[in-house]
Ligand binder design. Sequence first.
Ligand SMILES: [Ca+2]
Length: 300
Amino acid sequence: MNKPSQTAKMPQPSPAPKRGLWAIGVILLALVSWAVLGKFAPNPKAPKKDNSGSNQQQKKETDKVSRTENKTGLKLVKIPAGSFLMGSNYQPDEQPIRRVTLSSFHMSKTEITVGQYKRYCEATGEKMPIAPDFNKGWSKLDHPIVRVSWDDAKGYCAWAGVLLPTETEWEYASRGGLEGKKYPLEDAWHGSKCANSVSPYKPSGTVPVGSYAANGYGLHDMSGNVWEWCTDWYSDKYNPSDTNNPQGSPTGIMRVLRGGSWFNTNPDLFRCAFRYFNYLLNPDGRSGDGGFRVVFRGLP
Ligand SMILES: [Ca+2]
C-alpha cells in the first residue's frame, strides 16, 4: 500500500481571494440597486396630486351636455379656453383691437333649426313664428329658424338650459383658431363657401344648416345663412380694459347680431369682427334672415 505522497497532504490554495471578489460584487450590486430603486421609488414626502375634484367636475359637465343634447336635439361642440385678438380696424365700432381671454365653453354646431325650435314650442306651448315664403308651413326642418326675436331666443335658452353667446364668445368661436383672419375659414372672401346672396347658389332663402364646410372648431355657418343673436347690448366701441370673459356693455337699446345672412351681398358683413345692429331689430324685432345659436358654459 502506497503511502500518501507528501504532495497530497500539502494545504490547498486558500479560496480567500475568490470569496473577496464575490463579496465586492455583491456590494456593487447592492449599491447599483439602491441607486436605481432610490431614483424611481415614490417619495413618501411628496404630496399626491388630487385630480378627483376636477375629474368630478368634468364628468358633471359632460353629463349635463349629454342631457341637454338629448332634450333639445342640439349638437354641442367644446370650444377650448384661450385668448385671441378681438376686433379689427375695418369699422370704428370694432375697436380697439385688444387681446381677450376666455374660459372654455360649448357652442351649438349649427344655428338652431326649425325642428329644434318646434320641439321647444311643443314642450312649452310657445307659438312658432309666422313661416316665411321660402319655408312655407315650416316644412324644411333642417333649415335655421328665422323671425325669432332676441326675447324668443332667450325663451328657448331658458327651456334648453343654455345661453346666448356673448359677442366675444361668438367672435372667438367664429375664428376657429385662425387669429387675425377676416372670415371663419380664411382671410379672403369666397362667397361660394357660405350661404349668401352672391354665392354661385344664390339662395333665395335659408339653406339646410351644415351645407357648407365647418370652421376650425367644427362650427357651421358662422358666416352666412342667418344672422345670430348675441347676448350683448350694442355699444359703439369696446371697453379696452374688459379683457377677461367680457360681457359687453351693461346698458343699451339694441342687441348685437353677428355673421351675415343669405340675404346679404356685402362681404364686409360676413367678417368675424363685424357687429350688426338695427333699430328695427330691438329685442322685440324679427327678421326673415335672423336666427341664433347657443352656448353652454361649464368648467371655467
Ligand atoms: Ca350664421
